[in-house]
Design a protein around this ligand. Structure first.
Ligand code: ASP
Length: 322
């Protein structure tokens, strides 16, 4: 190695250590790759507030919605790797790897892993005046009305897209999909009756189900959810093995110094043990990831496993974004 290269490498290592020692010395931004007011945004804001207390720095949440979460993820992939720009994304980080033929980043190479945040059930909900009341009747309604049914989602790669895709495949029927930059605005339109159906995380549907502003049909996990005990599972209500649950992870750009990533994982673990966070999560049908999962290694293993898990399912469905 040339002398200048050795010096550059030594400088990079030194500046990484120096950075880690003073980290964080300025506000941190977490990019949410969906609109404000949606489930990823809700989870992020709760966790960010608790992490910020542990880190002693402000955390700004910025919403960069569009293209099923890939625009926000691309922004972070290209951001400086100093630990001041992070990404809180969900299962879309894994499914987009297959759904997009030309993804502007590599989910396995362009990010450092901070840790898993939470795993959330999905619910299938309809506008309040939809003329069917049970999940079984909904299945018949969708089969009968096909493309006349307006299904809202947050774009290809979003959890709501994935759920709709599995739903349409299971029924062998196409609905008309209406894309949004996140399911926050999709929910607003569902409550306004502009669209018919949405499949979204309990973190964005629980309050609306409880106050009757949307009609709830089923949860998409094998067991009923404690916070919505009357809601049947899709499997028990007529769609056997219809399971999809949404995990969230926190990422930094690749090349972020290990010490910084480690500090962020610690702060994430502290945040996930915070009582207010745990209570709000429980009320919204989810739970904080245990500390052993809020680690770099656990998130990396999860992402790698989920890319492999969803690849054949998506390939069989034959749906691609570009
Ligand atoms: N959860 C939504 C989805 O993937 C997006 C969001 O958080 O707004 O469909």
């Amino acid at each position: 190695m040339k002398k200048t290269m050795i010096m550059a490498a030594a400088f990079a290592a030194m500046s990484g250590t120096a950075l880690a020692q003073s980290y964080p010395s300025q506000p941190i931004t977490i990019i949410v790759p969906f609109s404000a007011g949606g489930p990823t945004d809700t989870v992020t804001r709760l966790v960010a507030q608790a992490m910020s207390q542990d880190l002693g720095q402000q955390i700004v949440v910025e919403n960069v919605g569009g293209a099923g979460g890939t625009l926000g993820a691309a922004r972070v992939a290209q951001a400086g790797n100093d630990g001041y720009t992070l990404l809180l994304h969900h299962i879309g980080m894994a499914t987009s790897a297959t759904l997009y033929r030309q993804l502007p980043y590599n989910p396995l190479e362009d990010f450092a892993y901070v840790g898993l945040v939470t795993e959330v059930p999905m619910t299938i909900v309809g506008r309040a005046d939809l003329e069917v009341d049970t999940f079984e009747d909904l299945l018949a309604y969708v089969r009968e009305n096909g493309e006349d049914v307006m299904y809202a989602n947050a774009g290809i790669g979003a959890a709501s897209h994935l759920c709709g895709l599995l739903f349409m495949n299971a029924l062998d029927t196409q609905m008309t999909t209406i894309p949004y930059q996140g399911t926050g605005p999709a929910m607003t339109d569902l409550m306004g009756g502009q669209v018919d159906l949405l499949c979204d995380q309990t973190t964005n549907t629980t309050n609306q189900i409880r106050d009757g502003s949307v009609k709830a049909y089923a949860v998409t996990v094998p067991q009923r959810v404690e916070s919505l005990p009357d809601l049947p599972t899709a499997s028990e209500a007529g769609l056997a093995d219809f399971n999809v649950s949404i995990w969230h992870g926190l990422y930094a750009p690749a090349g972020t110094p290990d010490e910084v990533v480690e500090r962020l994982s610690q702060a994430l673990q502290v945040a996930l043990q915070d009582e207010t966070v745990a209570q709000r999560f429980a009320d919204l049908g989810t739970a904080p990831s245990p500390s052993e999962d809020a680690t770099s290694a656990a998130l990396q293993a999860k992402l790698e496993g989920e890319i492999e898990l969803w690849r054949p399912i998506i390939e069989e469905a034959g749906v691609y974004a570009n």
